[in-house]
Design a protein around this ligand. Structure first.
Ligand code: GRG
Length: 297
């Protein structure tokens, strides 16, 4: 069972990598330095959790893999843009990401800024260029969903709250609000966009999937906070222990290590419960919830 899931993950990760390789501009095309930096920011590593979630949700609704490859790439491009900008000196000021120098260290700050801008634009170009649904109105709604998830009422808004929270004491509700936006919004979009690529996504299924995505997204962040406080930089491929050093409130600082671990387990149980109405076609989503809470990097 576990080896079957691992084989599925590897297969999807390879398909996502192929898609990204093909869909990103060739580094020999002008402006070469920007295209080279875009490819550096996206290719070669990263867990591809959001693409995996899109593919897993697509299994429930019978989505074809060529459509999933496009939405998975679009979501991963938005994610890579957010990491590139997050690492800039004006934000988190970090020098290591995915086990190598951050984009502004390897290239320069202006290039890193443009990499983020260009990856975000490319994501929407992809959603517009390819036929993803039978009904064009649904495809337009998908583009809107991704825009909303990335914007000020989603990820960018969550990042603004995060930056303002340095040195502050947040309540649990405030912490949750921040993370539902900063991390959760894009994870929810990944699940819903994957599901919408299939023809069997009715309103009831969408509601269950959205509940799953909210729980899995928050669990992802809780585990991220636990790992930041407990794992090494070498294991994580990014600077560990940074949240505490930067005076950032986290699930570990608010709930303690054991409290955060228990909360992650509760969210895992709620994520599985949201899938109760689905048959074995939801097994990949079940497996991903398990992966998200048990991951070690
Ligand atoms: C700059 C608009 C803007 C937003 C930045 C995503 C984000 C918002 C900041 C990253 C900081 C951070 C540590 C967020 C917590 C969760 C998270 C997104 C971790 C990184 O994602 P992974 O673990 O990374 O999926 P990989 O490298 O595996 O893709």
């Amino acid at each position: 069972m576990q080896s079957d899931f691992t084989a599925w993950m590897r297969r999807v990760q390879a398909e996502v990598e192929d898609g990204l390789q093909r869909l990103l501009p060739d580094a020999r095309l002008a402006p070469q330095r920007l295209h080279d930096a875009m490819r550096y920011a996206v290719l070669g590593s990263g867990k591809r959790v959001r693409p995996l979630l899109a593919y897993a949700a697509g299994e429930i609704t019978g989505a074809p893999s060529d459509r999933l490859q496009i939405v998975a790439a679009a979501v991963e491009l938005i994610h890579a843009y957010s990491l590139t900008h997050d690492d800039l000196p004006c934000m988190d000021d970090d020098v290591m990401r995915r086990g190598r120098p951050t984009v502004h260290v390897e290239f320069d700050e202006a290039t890193a800024l443009l990499v983020g801008d260009s990856l975000q634009s490319l994501a929407f170009e992809l959603i517009s260029d390819y036929r993803l649904t039978r009904d064009p109105a649904t495809q337009l709604a998908m583009a809107r969903m991704l825009a909303h998830a990335a914007g000020s009422r989603g990820m960018a808004g969550g990042q603004a709250i995060d930056l303002a929270a340095v040195g502050q004491n947040l309540t649990l509700a405030e912490l949750e609000f921040m993370h539902m936006h900063k991390t959760g919004a894009l994870i929810r979009a990944a699940v819903m966009l994957g599901a919408q690529c299939g023809d069997d996504c009715d309103a009831v299924a969408a509601d269950h999937l959205d509940r799953y995505a909210k729980c899995a997204g928050l669990a992802f962040q809780v585990v991220d906070d636990i790992l930041d406080a407990s794992a090494s930089s070498a294991t994580l491929g990014k600077t560990a222990g940074k949240d505490a050093r930067d005076g950032k409130p986290t699930y570990v600082s608010v709930m303690g290590y054991a409290g955060a671990r228990q909360f992650a387990d509760e969210l895992y149980a709620s994520a599985l419960q949201a899938l109760n109405d689905f048959d074995q076609r939801a097994d990949r989503l079940r497996g991903l919830a398990d992966y998200i809470v048990k991951r070690t990097f």
